[in-house]
Every structure is written in C-alpha cells, then in structure tokens.
Design a protein around this ligand. Sequence first.
Ligand SMILES: C[S@@+](CC[C@H](N)C(=O)[O-])C[C@H]1O[C@@H](n2cnc3c(N)ncnc32)[C@H](O)[C@@H]1O
Length: 349
Amino acid sequence: MTGVCLWLGEPAPAEPPPGEACRGSDIRITTIVVMADGRLRSSLCTEASLTSDRFVSWAERIRPAWDHGGSGLPVLVHRKLWEWLFIIEALSERGMLQPGRRGLGFGVGNDPLPSLFASLGCEIVATDLDVAQATEAGWVAGGQHAAALADLNRAGLCDPDQFAQRVSFQPVDMNRIPDDLRGFDFTWSACAFEHLGTIERGQEFLLRQMGCLRPGGVAVHTTEFNVSSNRSTVTWGPTVVFRRRDIDWIVRQLRHWGDRIDVDFDTGSSVSDRHVDVPPFTNVHLKTMVSSYVTTSLALVVEKSPDSPPERPIDPWRQARLRGSDAWHGRVGPRWRKVVSRWRTETGR
Ligand SMILES: C[S@@+](CC[C@H](N)C(=O)[O-])C[C@H]1O[C@@H](n2cnc3c(N)ncnc32)[C@H](O)[C@@H]1O
C-alpha cells in the first residue's frame, strides 16, 4: 500500500472530544449490516460489506462500468463502487428491481444504475442538473454529469432498444424538485446530496424527495459522512460533510411520518477500513479526507410508510430553519464567512 496512511486509532486532524468521534468498535466483528429480516440497513462503507457475496455478484453484473478494459481484476476496494452496489442490493432485496417498477434517479451523472435498472425491466426517470448549472459547478469538466439519455448507457449494460423504451432523462435541480415527479416505487442518488450548498439543503432534499415515492416506496441515497467529528464539519460550500447528528436529525423527521429507517454507524475495523487515502491515492479508497476531516460514504435506506399521506406539509419551523441557513450562507461576505467558519470549527456550532 503506498501513500499516506492515517490510522483512526490516532487523534484525527480535527480532534473531537472523547466519546464524540464515530469510530469503529474494537470488540465488534464487522460483518455486512442487516436488519432482523436479513435486509441491508443504512450503514457506512466497510470492506466487509463491499466484499460480501451479494455485493460481489452485483459488481460482476456491472463490471463494464468500472473495469473499463475488461481486465477481470478483483472488485475495487473503492467507496464509489460500494455506493452503487449498496443502492442496487438495497433496492433488489426489497423487490424494487422488477419489470414494471418505476424508479427516479437524482444527480445520476455517469452512474450505471439507470441502465442496470432498465435491463432488469424497470422504467426509469433519470435526472441531473441542467447543463448550464452543471458547467458552472464544474461537473461537466470533471466528466461527472449526465446531460442526455445517451450518456447513461455508455457501459452497455442494457440492450439499446430496451434502454430507449424504458429510460427517460430530465434536468432537475435537487434543490427544487418539480411537483409532477410523483408515485415512484423507488428513488436513489449516489454521491449527490452533499453538493446542494449546505447541510440544511441536503437534509431538506432527503425529506422532500420522499414526496416522489408512493406509500411503501423505497429511497436509497448515499453521501459524504464525517468519521472524525460529530461536532465540527464542512457545513456549506460545494461539498458538505454530514455528521452523525445531522443524520440523526433526518432520521427523527422521517420517523415522525412513520417511515422506516435504521442506521448503523460502525466504521469497520479491517486494515482497509482504517486506511485514510490521501493524494497520491492508492487502490484502497474507503476513507479519505475532505477539508481536515476523515470521511467515508454513508448509504441511507428509507422505507416510506404505507400509511403516509399523499403530501407532507413542511412545517414553518423547518422552512424558517432553511431560510435562515440560506440567508446566512448566501448573504454574508467572504471575509466574514471565513471568520465565522473558523469560529464554527473551533466551537463546534
Ligand atoms: C459526484 S457526481 C456523482 C454522479 C453519479 N451519481 C455517480 O455516482 O457517479 C455528483 C452529481 O450530482 C449532480 N448535482 C450536483 N448538484 C446538483 C443539484 N443541485 N441538482 C441535481 N444534481 C446535482 C452533478 O451534476 C453530478 O452529476
């Protein structure tokens, strides 16, 4: 293994107070995290789940999307691949990947999921930022944005005719989900809702996209998680990093509506789980650094309550919270923002 290797047993760069860091337990043997009924539940990226039989068989199925040369190399120890596999497995075991099911993907970029789902018979609406916004945000130059339908079957996972019949593309800003996207069996996004500007915007997206699901539908979304602190984090900017307490807030809101979500914050304990990959990157990339924080991927699985009302009114407190955070991050000048940012980092507010 080359490159810098930090160990999570040592003080993290932004030192959290004792007991607040979200670290893997020393006494627990990490295995794939499942619910009592054997289905995946919301969890962090670990080597054990990535190399489980279920994930490996999906990895083989989508191999053209990550092993471009078809070299037959073993499954990559990479969090991005884990995110895709988690989404696929969580949806599959809940009976969502079947002919006739309707799925809605957000910020799909070049992910292979629309084409895989279509190959399994699903009808898919794939969405991403419109080109102008995505260009401004740097997603187009980075090759991570989908501008049109043709971008989504590059790996050839689906027969082109079936793909054309079953997949449609629509520009959608995740901060403004259109009201006509309703009644889907499932929704997903990979590595996207941390890019909406602030922690509060990401949280709000998670809650609002539930409105796109029919009662009993399933949402699976992956994002950036702060492993080293539950106090300070990146709260605004192009990429924010969710702390455990930000996720706990989402969970409370969802449960209020009767949705089912359980989260396991175990970070894993294998050598690969403990390696923090920083440039020059190695081929073990389950944890990395964003700003001064150790991060990894978190996948959230939400089963919408079968008794959910068709619309969920947004309470005034939530609206005020969002407006306050937008105003705060949008209107203050860059110098003042820097001062505030330092203050928030130091005080954990
Ligand atoms: C890191 S890429 C991930 C792409 C893809 N899901 C994958 O797993 O490869 C982030 C994606 O989020 C999209 N995105 C960023 N901000 C967005 C927004 N406000 N609304 C919709 N999509 C957004 C980008 O265009 C890009 O496709």
